[in-house]
Design a protein around this ligand. Structure first.
Ligand code: EPZ
Length: 418
C-alpha cells in the first residue's frame, strides 16, 4: 500500500501551477459522447476519477487516445447505453453519463451510484429534472433504466442548486426539442466551463454562473479542442498548506474570483494575499489567528471541498474556529486522524469546534476520503516530526503529482510502498 512519509515543519516557497479541474473534466468527458466527431480535452490530469471516466467511455464504445497529457475521444463507435455497475461503484460522477447517453441514444441504464464516504448523495434532483424533459425512469434491482421517445425542453426548478443535477440536465437538454430553463441552478465555475465547452461544440447554452441556465436545443454538435479551467480546489489546498506552514507561494491557473470565499478567510487569518488575472500570491508567517465561523455553502460561498483542508489549518491557529458543513452529512471523518496529531477538534453532527493548539506532532494516520486525505497532508506538513499517511488511493482520485508539486515548494514528503 502506498504511503506518504512527511517530515513536517518546513515553510513553503515557490510557484505551483494547478491541474485542469477534476470537477470540470468529468462532465466534459461525459459530454464527449454528444458528437460523432473528435473531442480533444487538454491537460486531463492523471487522477483515478478521470481514468475511471475514460474506462466508462471505453465501455460504451468510444475510442480513447492519450497524447501529451491531452485526451482525444472518438465516439463515432459508441454503441452501448449501459454504464457497467463495477464502474459506477468506483465513480459517483458516472451519473453525469445519464444525461449525455440519453441525448445520444434516448436510453440509458446505470446502477444506482449510492452513497460514499461523505454522505448519502441522493440523485433525486437529477432524476426529477430528466423526467421533466420527457424521460421515463424505472428504478429496479439497484439499476436506473431511462428511456425517452424524444427529449423535449421544459422549465425545471431545482430544490437545491445541485452541481451534478445542473450538469446532467444541461447534458440532456442540449439537443432536446425546444427550450429548457433551469432555475436555482448551481453557479460553480465548473458549470460555466461546461457551458463554454458545449457552446464550442455548437450548443446554445447561456446563463451558467447565474442562478438560471437557458438551453436552446440544437440538431447536432460538432467536435472540439478544449482546455478546461484550472482546479480551484487543488489550488486552494496549496494556499491553505502555505498559510499554515508559513512561506510564500504563487499559485497559477486559478482566477481569484473562483475561490474568493477561501481568500477572504485566509486574509482574516492574517495571510497577505495579492491577485492578478489567474495568479494568486499568498504570504504567511505561519502564526495565524482564528476566524470565528466558517459555513460551507454552494458557490460563491465557502467550498465544501476545502472544508477538511481548512480545518487542518484551524488546528494550528490562535483561537477557536467553528465550522458548519451544510452540504454533506459526514464530511468530518478526518477529525479523528487530526486528533492523533494533537488537534483539539470536537464534532457534533454538521458542526466542528476546533481550538487551535501551539503545535501538532507527527503520527501515523489513514485517509478515508479524497479531501479528508488532503487535510491530513496539510496537517502533517504543519506538524513537528514525522507522519505517515496511508490509503493514498483516496488522494490519488483528485490530486495528480501531489507529492512532486509539494516537494518543489520545499516540503519534505515522499511516497513509499509499504
Ligand atoms: C459535486 O458533487 C462535486 N463533484 C463535489 O466534489 C462537490 O463537493 C459538490 O459538487 C458540491 O460542490 C463533482 O463535481 C464530480 P451536489 P455533486 O449535487 O454534484 C444534495 C470532490 O471532493 N443533492 O451539488 O454530487 C446532496 O446530497 C467532490 O471533488 C440532493 O439532495 O454535489 C448534497 O447535500 C466531493 N439530491 C448537496 O445536494 C440530488 O439529486 C450538494 O450536492 C443531488 C444532490
Amino acid at each position: 500500500m502506498d504511503t506518504y512519509i512527511v517530515e513536517g515543519g518546513e515553510k513553503l516557497y515557490g510557484k505551483v501551477k494547478v491541474q485542469s479541474a477534476k470537477n470540470t473534466v468529468l462532465p466534459l468527458l461525459a459530454g464527449a459522447v454528444l458528437t460523432d466527431e473528435q473531442v480533444k480535452i487538454r491537460g486531463v490530469p492523471t487522477i483515478n476519477d478521470a481514468e475511471n471516466m475514460l474506462r466508462i467511455l471505453n465501455e460504451v464504445g468510444c475510442k480513447i487516445k492519450r497524447q501529451d497529457g491531452n485526451v482525444i475521444i472518438d465516439s463515432s463507435g459508441a454503441v452501448s447505453h449501459e454504464i457497467p455497475q463495477r464502474l459506477t461503484k468506483e465513480l459517483r460522477s458516472s451519473v453525469f453519463m445519464l444525461g449525455s447517453v440519453l441525448t445520444r441514444f434516448c436510453r440509458a441504464k446505470i446502477s444506482y451510484p449510492g452513497g460514499c464516504d461523505i454522505g448519502l448523495r441522493p440523485i433525486d434532483l437529477h432524476l426529477s429534472g430528466l423526467k421533466r424533459l420527457g424521460v421515463e425512469i424505472v428504478e429496479e434491482g439497484g439499476y436506473i433504466e431511462c428511456r425517452a421517445d424524444k427529449l423535449v425542453g421544459a422549465e425545471i426548478l431545482l430544490d437545491f442548486p445541485s452541481v451534478g443535477a445542473t450538469e446532467n440536465i444541461i447534458l440532456a437538454a442540449v439537443k432536446a426539442e425546444g427550450i429548457t430553463v433551469i432555475r436555482n441552478a448551481a453557479k460553480e465555475p465548473e458549470i460555466v466551463d461546461l457551458q463554454n465547452f458545449l457552446n464550442a461544440m455548437g450548443a446554445k447554452v447561456r446563463g451558467a454562473g447565474g442562478g438560471t441556465v437557458v438551453i436552446e436545443g440544437v440538431k447536432r454538435l460538432h467536435g472540439v479542442d478544449y482546455t478546461p479551467i484550472g482546479d480551484r480546489i487543488e489550488g486552494g489546498t496549496f494556499l491553505i498548506a502555505c498559510a499554515v506552514c508559513g512561506g510564500e507561494i504563487e499559485l497559477c491557473g486559478v482566477p481569484a474570483e473562483n475561490i474568493s470565499a477561501l481568500l477572504h478567510k485566509l486574509r482574516e487569518n492574517g495571510c497577505k494575499i495579492h491577485t492578478k488575472n489567474d495568479k494568486i500570491v499568498l504570504r504567511s508567517d505561519g502564526k495565524l489567528k482564528s476566524v470565528d465561523l466558517v459555513e460551507t455553502m454552494p458557490f460563491p460561498g465557502f467550498p465544501t471541498d476545502l472544508q477538511a483542508q481548512y480545518a487542518a489549518l484551524c488546528c494550528k491557529v490562535k483561537g477557536t474556529t467553528i465550522i458548519v458543513e451544510n452540504l454533506f452529512e459526514t464530511r468530518y471523518k478526518y477529525a479523528g486522524e487530526l486528533k492523533r496529531m494533537g488537534a483539539d477538534i470536537t464534532v457534533r453532527g454538521r458542526t466542528a469546534v476546533i481550538r487551535g493548539v501551539e503545535r501538532l506532532h507527527g503520527a501515523r494516520v489513514t485517509a478515508s476520503d479524497l479531501r479528508g486525505g488532503a487535510s491530513l497532508v496539510v496537517a502533517a506538513l504543519a506538524a513537528e516530526g514525522r507522519s505517515e499517511i496511508l490509503n493514498l488511493s483516496h488522494i490519488d482520485r483528485g490530486y495528480a503529482d501531489f507529492e512532486r508539486k509539494l516537494k518543489k515548494l520545499g516540503a519534505k514528503i515522499r511516497r513509499v510502498r509499504i
